[in-house]
Design a protein around this ligand. Structure first.
Ligand SMILES: Cc1cc2nc3c(=O)[nH]c(=O)nc-3n(C[C@H](O)[C@H](O)[C@H](O)COP(=O)(O)OP(=O)(O)OC[C@H]3O[C@@H](n4cnc5c(N)ncnc54)[C@H](O)[C@@H]3O)c2cc1C
Length: 485
């Protein structure tokens, strides 16, 4: 089956009965529920881009198994050009959502493409798992499925060692094996895009640091979101049911985050990719390099997000007439620097990419890890800059009803600036508020701080790949020469 259209994606969501809860009620149809429909429409829009004649060649490639055109984020990159093509495709999607849907389907597509490229890794101790991952990857590629994922176990307390605290009866674990598959029970967070995905992938984060005693918790699998026993508990929706004028981003790009409960869920054997093997589970991201590929997707999202925030900041200062003030210039310069750093990291990761042991072209680890780490602090700072530039204008944002009401003449007269009508000013600042202040915008800041785990884990991930001796040797050499003089 070729790349799907938006309508096919929406039909697929409707076809699968799923157990989704929002605000104390079970959601009947995720494609029409007011809190979820906007996000589903946005993902549908992304799928439609695959059929836009002007974009088709940049969004899709020819499937090696069927000859159909399938989504380009499924490609197993073998050359630097493949990585560049994939980045062009991912940038199209990221720009279409202003960088505000971090979990667009390409996030999981690149992960499973990396795993299929390294299928042998999954078969090291049980050969059938290599075939399972390869078959599943082809299945999602040929059916163009959307995946959510949940990697983190809920914890009842945080240990001082920083390793994951796997509390019995809370963390997800295997409770028994049957002829049909394994039965899992427990809870996981945080399945972004959960209610509007076709399937859910469950595995462990890189540096999960499980030990032998964690064996029942060590599992990697994927199942349909409608699998019996699977329940999604949504946070409240940040699509407040307002117009695109009033909440330009929240009304369009609500990707929703969920806790997932697994109530004795049967995972068929063919959907199990690793089981009980803590070493293979711990090493998956690093050894298959899926962590680098997902960071490459994140890098494209970061570029799109920086461009969008910078564009808003420039328009804000033009509208308010404060662009020429020295501290505005300094702040705008900082936003430009982040934008260029993100682009630079992305391009460097492609320029310095290497074929890995699986024959897959892997983005260079340090630049992609840098963009991922840097964005945890850069994005909150970018939002702080928007707030500093905009000040009270964020609060001078009447609704469409006000523009049509008795105060319309006053609004038109007093809210206009030298460069913008009142309506254009308010429209811009409503957008800026959805980035810098609304619940939708605040969640974006939280997302960037934590979506790729906490800062300590990321710092450790950076240290794990950093060539430390290169710099320590240089200092040693300097010290040695100092001794000679
Ligand atoms: C908006 C959003 C979307 C997300 N989407 C997904 C998703 O789609 N899929 C997915 O799997 N996950 C997702 N995540 C979850 C993400 O992976 C986790 O938030 C992240 O790993 C941190 O775990 P936690 O939230 O349990 O933080 P916690 O462990 O509660 O940490 C909270 C704070 O305490 C600190 N801390 C915790 N334990 C210790 C310790 N022992 N010593 C010192 N400091 C400690 C942390 O550094 C952090 O600053 C998402 C998160 C957010 C916020």
């Amino acid at each position: 089956m070729p790349a799907r259209s938006g309508q096919q994606y929406l039909d697929g969501l409707r076809a699968q009965d799923r157990n989704v809860w929002l605000g104390g009620e079970r959601v009947k149809d995720v494609t029409t529920h007011p809190g979820l429909a906007g996000g589903a429409r946005a993902i549908a829009m992304l799928y439609d881009m695959q059929h836009d004649p002007a974009l088709r060649d940049e969004m899709t490639y020819v499937s090696p198994s069927t000859g159909d055109r399938v989504g380009l984020s499924f490609i197993v990159p073998r050359t630097r050009e493949d990585l560049e093509r994939r980045r062009v495709m991912m940038l199209h999607w990221a720009r279409a959502t202003c960088g505000m849907m971090g979990r667009s389907p390409d996030f999981m597509n690149v992960t499973f493409a990396a795993w299929a490229g390294a299928a042998e890794y999954f078969g090291r101790n049980r050969r059938e798992f290599a075939a399972n991952i390869q078959r599943y990857y082809e299945h999602i590629r040929e059916h163009d499925l959307t995946l959510t994922h949940s990697l983190i176990n809920l914890q009842r307390s945080r240990t001082v060692t920083g390793s994951f605290n796997l509390a019995e009866e809370t963390a997800l674990r295997v409770v028994r094996e049957t002829d049909a598959g394994v039965v899992v029970r427990g809870a996981r967070v945080l399945a972004t895009l959960g209610p509007i995905s076709d399937e859910i992938a469950v595995y462990s984060p890189r540096l999960g640091r499980m030990t032998e005693t964690h064996s029942p918790y060590a599992i990697n699998f994927a199942i349909p979101c409608g699998t019996p026993g699977l329940k999604f508990l949504c946070r409240e929706s940040f699509d407040l049911g307002r117009s695109a004028f009033e909440h330009p981003l929240g009304s369009r790009f609500e990707e929703m985050d969920c806790v997932v409960f697994f109530d004795d869920v049967l995972v068929p054997w063919e959907r199990v990719f690793l089981l009980g093997d803590v070493d293979l589970i711990n090493g998956t991201g690093l050894t298959t390099h899926s962590s680098m590929h997902s960071a490459h997707q994140g890098a494209a999202k970061n570029v799109a997000k920086c461009e969008f925030v910078l564009g808003i900041a420039l328009l804000m200062t033009q509208t308010l007439g404060n662009a020429h003030l020295p501290h505005s210039e300094e702040r705008l310069g900082e936003l430009m620097m982040y934008t260029e750093l993100m682009k630079g990291c992305m391009r460097a990761s492609e320029a310095d990419a290497r074929l890995d042991e699986w024959g897959v072209m892997c983005p260079a680890p340090l630049p992609v890890e840098t963009t991922r780490n840097l964005f945890m602090t850069a994005y909150p700072r970018m939002i702080e800059i928007l707030q500093l530039l905009g000040s009270s204008s964020f609060m001078i944002t009447p609704t469409a009803a006000d523009f049509a009401g008795p105060l319309a003449p006053e609004i038109e007269q007093y809210l206009a600036t030298d460069t913008a009508s009142a309506r254009d000013r308010v429209k811009l600042f409503r957008l800026a508020w959805d980035v810098a202040g609304s619940a939708f915008g605040s969640r974006q800041v939280l997302y960037e701080r934590f979506f790729a785990s906490d800062p300590l884990t990321r710092a450790r991930a950076m240290a794990a790949v950093y060539p430390k001796t290169q710099v320590t040797d240089r200092v040693r050499e300097f010290l040695r020469k100092s001794d000679d003089t």
